[in-house]
Design a protein around this ligand. Structure first.
Ligand code: NAD
Length: 333
């Protein structure tokens, strides 16, 4: 489906990759972003008469009916993200995430546009059963541990979206994204791969939180954005929730070793307790792995880009950035 498309959070990490892919396929784009963690630099190459960036909060921008002239679909990616931001100001994160989603769903309903909601594997909380399947019970820690607030806001987003689908027939698909990696992701909000790559390329010591035996599954952003577009193109996917990520997991220790080796082997690593890194009461799920059966059946999803390929490219881009060649750093306006 070509036509006009809105991407909220369009100047962020995943949003900027999605924008490039959609534009290459002939879509006209409106990127709505408050540039809190995204940046104009992330999308500067895309901006022209077919791709406009509106610097605003999503809930304000989508309230303007003129924005929706000719719009057929919206990818809602705007959210306060990153473990560090959630811990620093959980209340702001809760308000931001739920209010934006509620406003986007209501405006899309009025405009009769299709919607993709970017949810998160954090919705599973600390569910102990692997792999994580979309219809599982969700398990959260106590409300005194702020990190669960993020997953809860994403679960509320999902409830709002499913209700809009059931009561108003809104064409909405929900993706629970697992760890997504690629160029333009930034490390200072707690994202592990850019943090490790920056240190390894600088030959500095990598901080591994906890004992490093926790596992995660990382998927390249190009595989993720391709799948998002394929889900939106299939009517059967509306009203449904899909895990989206890789089904190959690594321990964080292995990830650090891999990055150090690919970067030339000069960096070291050390273990840092969660308490030291994030303060008391911090909890982290030991393992995360998606069951990808549902999305494989729906669109034949299989990641095409392996972890080593993405890591190698990220190390190269980091070197180019430090040498002052080309790539953008992201963050700020
Ligand atoms: N990257 C991952 O591994 C991952 C995993 C799970 C879920 N997600 C979800 O994917 C989406 C995109 O995340 P990302 O990794 O690209 O992070 P990101 O921080 O790069 O992107 C989020 C974007 O939303 C913008 N934003 C935040 N609040 C806004 C508001 N009120 N109005 C307008 N813009 C606003 C930010 O400036 C940023 O550009 C988020 O919804 C996130 O929760 C990402």
């Amino acid at each position: 489906m070509t036509g006009k498309t809105i991407i909220t959070g369009g100047a962020g990490f995943i949003g900027s990759h999605l924008a490039a892919r959609l534009k290459a396929q002939g879509h006209s784009l409106i990127l709505v972003d408050n540039l809190s963690t995204g940046s104009r630099a992330n999308v500067a190459d895309l901006l022209d008469d077919r791709c406009q960036l509106i610097h605003a909060d999503a809930c304000e921008a989508v309230a303007d009916p003129k924005l929706w002239d000719g719009v057929r679909q919206v990818y809602h990616l705007a959210a306060a993200v990153g473990v560090q931001r959630v811990i620093d100001d959980p209340a702001a994160m809760v308000h931001n995430n739920v209010e934006q989603t509620s406003a986007v769903l209501e405006a899309a309903r009025r405009a009769d546009a299709s919607v993709l909601i970017a949810s998160s594997s954090e919705v599973y909380g600390k569910c102990p059963v692997l792999p994580l399947r979309e219809d599982m019970e969700l398990v959260y820690g106590p409300t005194t541990a702020s990190r669960w607030a993020y997953g809860l806001t994403k679960a509320i987003d999902e409830h709002l979206a499913i209700d809009m689908h059931r009561r108003h027939g809104l064409r909405v698909v929900i993706v629970r994204l697992f760890n997504t990696i690629g160029p333009r992701q930034v490390g200072h909000y707690g994202m592990v791969v850019p943090r490790f790559v920056e240190r390894a390329v600088a030959g500095e010591t990598i901080d591994v939180y906890g004992d490093g035996t926790q596992t995660r599954a990382f998927c390249d952003v190009r595989d993720i954005t391709r799948a998002m577009m394929e889900l939106m193109a299939k009517d059967e996917c509306f009203g449904r929730v899909f895990n989206l990520g890789s089904d190959q997991r690594v321990t964080i220790n292995e990830l650090a070793d891999r990055i150090i080796q690919l970067a030339g082997g000069t960096a070291g690593k050390r273990l840092v307790s969660y308490e030291q890194a994030f303060g008391p009461d911090f909890e982290d799920p030991a393992h995360r792995l998606p069951d990808t059966t549902r999305i494989s059946e729906a669109i034949g999803f299989q990641p095409q880009i392996g972890l080593d390929q993405t890591l190698t490219e990220l190390i190269e881009l980091r070197r180019e950035l430090l040498a002052g060649i080309g790539a953008t750093a992201g963050g700020g306006d």
